[in-house]
Design a protein around this ligand. Structure first.
Ligand code: GDP
Ligand code: MG
Length: 163
């Protein structure tokens, strides 16, 4: 079976942009179970010679229930549980925000291997905030840009070690 990688982080850090870059048009399936997994998107990712299933997790814009945070949290938790490795994404332009913390806690608690992506680091502001990510205690961040493709080589190297 193909290994599975989950993209995790608070809304608006660039998870879906990264998902789209890795999947291209090979969108495999959309889970349509009621409740927490409703917004989950899964596809077949390609990165050079690596092939893996990749799962995008919901942002605020995709969720609609009253207990929004509870649902997002449960959905993220389920995606992490099913994954062999996690890509944890933060926004290096804003730096760390309080809302990053509960998502990071879920990843840490799971004990799953994690790759830390300080996204939107294509600009000078972004790069200045990359090292904020150290505070999460999830290891060394990769200065990354899902939109521009910066850091894909490093992502490849780390994924190859894990998958
Ligand atoms: P998600 O909520 O985590 O899935 O984030 P999205 O992928 O929807 O992106 C949120 C916003 O950040 C959008 O306006 C994107 O265009 C923007 N964005 C995503 N990746 C990058 C990046 O690498 N650099 C910059 N500057 N913007 C990005
Ligand atoms: Mg999204």
């Amino acid at each position: 079976m193909q290994p599975t990688v989950a993209i995790v982080g608070r809304p608006n850090v660039g998870k879906s942009t990264l998902f789209n870059r890795l999947v291209g048009r090979r969108l495999a399936l959309v889970d349509d179970l009621p409740g927490v997994t409703r917004d989950r998107r899964e596809g077949e990712a390609r990165l050079a010679d690596l092939r893996f299933a990749i799962v995008d997790t919901a942002g605020l814009e995709e969720a609609d229930s009253g207990s929004l945070l509870g649902r997002m949290r449960a959905q993220t938790e389920a995606a992490i549980e099913d994954a062999d490795a996690v890509l944890f994404v933060i926004d290096a332009r804003t730096g760390l925000l309080p809302t990053d913390v509960p998502f990071a806690e879920l990843v840490r608690k799971s004990g799953k291997p994690v790759i830390l992506l300080a996204n939107k680091a294509e600009s000078r502001t972004g790069i200045a905030n990359v090292y904020d990510a150290y505070e999460l205690g999830l290891g060394e961040p990769i200065a990354f840009s899902g939109e521009h493709g910066t850091g894909l080589d490093e992502l490849y190297d780390q994924l190859r070690e894990l998958l």
